[in-house]
Design a protein around this ligand. Structure first.
Ligand code: AMP
Ligand code: MG
Length: 412
């Protein structure tokens, strides 16, 4: 079993894997104000029209449009001002032909009015009488009932990640509580390796290193809207990881294991994932660098991912596979990656049939954006910290020549 079964391109690997992931998280209700970043579980329809009454969009006078037809500076229309619409109240005056009512932006139009003349296009003629210098068409400077949203219209579709403006929309139509959202996926994260010690360890023994990956991967998960459960450090002992995974599986939506994924007798992750349940390992080896020895599997419809131990590989591969898996569990589209074009400052080797992800810093030179690879051996966490994003070398490219344009996926 634990050889690279077949190294797949990242997109094909992801598709094969997520096809087997039938599990989805449950729904829960949250208050609109707590819904930021959550994924809408069921399409939400507006219970009422917005606005619920006809509103002025400018400061001015509510009028019958026909009373202003043909008005010019030289030949203004003369209207009697019969009152004022107070904000938050219905107009108390009825409007008859030849009359106007003072109104403020957002005010409720009197029944008989059908337009608003901007204050700038009027002037007082005598107290209680104005001159209108421009005509208005019916509906001008007015928002009609339901013009923003009609009752019954879908305001947020299922799968939508709630943005700040969505919260405004929900509150506007009175949906303040009980917004149905998908529960946060519970991601259980395990680190493996006898050399690892908990990150809070003060003094390291010889040969020991602090567990970096559970922190980095945990942070990526939380930012993607998941809840993280740290499963701790599992020793490199046959059987230990399987027991840990079996215990976690019933309560987990996604299992993540870092390290122990390359081909060696001591690499036990693939074996544990394969024994965990059907269908077991689906992908062992991805045509990407860094991160080739990635393992993708499933047990009982739930996704399991075995990441390489190297902190940079683990980070890049979790971005490529773990984040889309979280979106899949939520029934949401994967969050769009933000990429910018940049010219590469030196030759970037790659081989056809492999995607490369190179940590780069973005610099402006001669009005153009350049991507400078962050120097240092690959797989050092501080190469990521010194970078603005990852330069992606496409699957079919054989590298990028100095000066060529490439695409940099920004860290956000
Ligand atoms: P492995 O995938 O087990 O071959 O590990 C590859 C490299 O990553 C080794 O140098 C490990 O010591 C290192 N490594 C594995 N897990 C972690 C971790 N959680 N944090 C930091 N480094 C790790
Ligand atoms: Mg190891």
């Amino acid at each position: 079993m634990p050889e690279f079964l077949q190294v797949l391109p990242p997109d094909a690997a992801r598709a094969r894997w997520l096809d087997a992931v039938t599990h989805r998280v449950n729904e829960e209700n949250v208050r609109a104000e707590d819904a930021l970043g959550r994924v809408i579980a069921r399409a939400l329809a507006s219970p009422e029209p917005l606005p619920a009454f006809r509103r002025a969009t400018v400061d001015g006078y509510a009028v019958r449009a026909a009373d202003t037809f043909g008005a010019t500076d030289a030949l203004p229309a003369y209207l009697r001002v019969v009152g004022e619409v107070r904000m938050g109240e219905r107009a108390s005056v009825a409007l008859r032909t030849g009359e106007a009512v003072l109104i403020h932006t957002g005010g409720m139009l009197p029944d008989a009015a059908d337009a608003v003349v901007m204050i700038e296009h009027t002037q007082e003629f005598t107290p209680g009488e104005i001159e209108v210098m421009r005509p208005v068409a019916p509906g001008e400077n007015v928002v009609q009932v339901g013009e923003d949203v009609m009752p019954g219209a879908v305001i947020l579709p299922a799968g939508r990640r709630v943005m700040p403006q969505d919260i405004g929309g929900l509150l506007a139509v009175g949906v303040a509580g009980d917004v149905p959202v998908m529960c946060r996926p519970r991601v259980h994260i395990f680190s493996t390796g006898d050399e690892l010690v908990p990150p809070e360890t003060g003094t390291l023994g010889p040969g020991q290193i602090r567990d970096i990956n559970s922190g980095t991967i945990g942070a990526l998960c939380r930012r993607a809207g998941a809840e993280v459960i740290h499963g701790g450090i599992i020793p490199d002992q046959p059987g230990a990881l399987l027991v840990a995974l079996e215990t976690a599986l019933p309560r987990a939506d996604l299992l993540v294991v870092t390290a122990g994924s390359s081909v060696s007798v001591r690499d036990l992750t693939a074996d544990a994932i394969d024994r965990l349940g059907e269908p077991g390992v689906l992908v062992h080896g991805v045509a990407a660098r860094p991160g080739k020895p990635t393992i993708l599997g499933a047990a009982g419809g739930k996704p399991v991912i075995g990441l390489p131990g190297n902190p940079v590989s683990a980070f890049v591969m979790f971005t490529l596979f773990g984040l889309p898996a979280i979106a899949h569990l939520l029934g949401a589209a994967a969050s769009p990656q933000i990429a910018v074009p940049a010219r590469v400052s030196r030759n970037i080797p790659s081989s056809a049939g492999r995607e490369d992800y190179v940590p780069v810093r973005l610099v402006q030179r001669d009005g153009e954006q350049w991507a400078e690879p962050v120097l240092g051996k690959s797989n050092l966490i501080f190469t990521l910290i010194g970078a603005d994003g990852l330069l992606r070398v496409a699957l079919d490219a054989t590298g990028l020549r100095e000066g060529a344009w490439g695409e940099v996926i920004l860290f956000v």
